[in-house]
Design a protein around this ligand. Structure first.
Ligand code: DC
Length: 225
């Protein structure tokens, strides 16, 4: 069983995906973390994120690993070699540059292969931008989550404040709008709703309401669940 959850930044993908994985005892795979880890390394090595050849060279030596942190496959640490970058990949400089890194076709091709490999022998909930359209086109359940950009920026601000970061709301909103634009206008597998994905506007829904909708869709796709 494969469940694909796509949507723009802050639509609630990872929160919902984790809860669905927990409810069904599936493995959760956060593909955004993979692009973020590469971006972290690219910046650390002072490589220009726009330079596809150099970015792909960094990818080839990345030694990226997603290591389950709770024994259940719901939370994981992101490692580059022995370095734990789980928190570092969420920092604003990585968020600001990740779309430039993720647009390169050689990088996407290699990442998609890696993601398909990770999903091959497990039931998974995978979230990202192109999961239903490109990574797992055969997924039994495809969800496209979205919400207004103001609501998504509010959620991000709350999350960052909880982690003790200072946030400038207008900056956060502008960054999300910029990332939406870059992710949905790139040439290779842009952020888009797969034709057969079920669209959920989460603006006025609670987390539990969204989870219930997704679990209902899962049970409909598999009558014995
Ligand atoms: O889900 P996230 O915000 O952590 O993702 C970070 C970036 O990675 C996102 O702005 C675009 C890119 N990404 C992608 O291009 N394809 C995916 N499947 C997942 C993420």
């Amino acid at each position: 069983m494969k469940i694909a959850i796509d949507g723009p930044a802050g639509a609630g993908k990872s929160t919902i995906a984790k809860k669905i994985a927990q409810a069904l005892q599936y493995i959760y795979i956060d593909t955004g973390a993979m692009y973020r880890a590469l971006t972290y390394k690219v910046l650390e090595l002072n490589v220009n994120p726009e330079n596809e050849q150099q970015v792909f060279s960094v990818f080839k030596t990345l030694q990226l690993a997603l290591v389950p942190a709770d024994g259940k496959g719901l939370t994981f640490r992101v490692l580059i070699g022995c370095e734990d970058v789980t928190y570092a990949i969420r920092q604003p400089d990585v968020s600001h540059n990740v779309s430039a890194v993720a647009k390169h076709s050689s990088v996407r091709e290699a990442m998609v292969k890696l993601q398909q490999e990770l999903a091959r022998s497990h039931s998974v909930v995978m979230d990202g931008r192109d999961i239903g359209s490109t990574v797992l086109p055969q997924a039994e359940v495809k969800i496209f989550l979205h919400a207004t950009v103001e609501e998504r920026a509010k959620r991000r601000a709350l999350e960052l404040e909880r982690q003790g970061h200072e946030v400038e709301f207008s900056q956060l909103l502008a960054d999300i709008e910029r990332r939406d634009f870059l992710d949905s206008t790139r040439a290779i597998s842009p952020l888009q709703k797969a034709d057969d994905a079920f669209e959920i506007d989460t603006t006025n829904l609670t987390i539990n309401e969204v989870v219930d909708i997704v679990l209902t869709l899962v049970s409909r796709s598999q009558p014995h669940v």
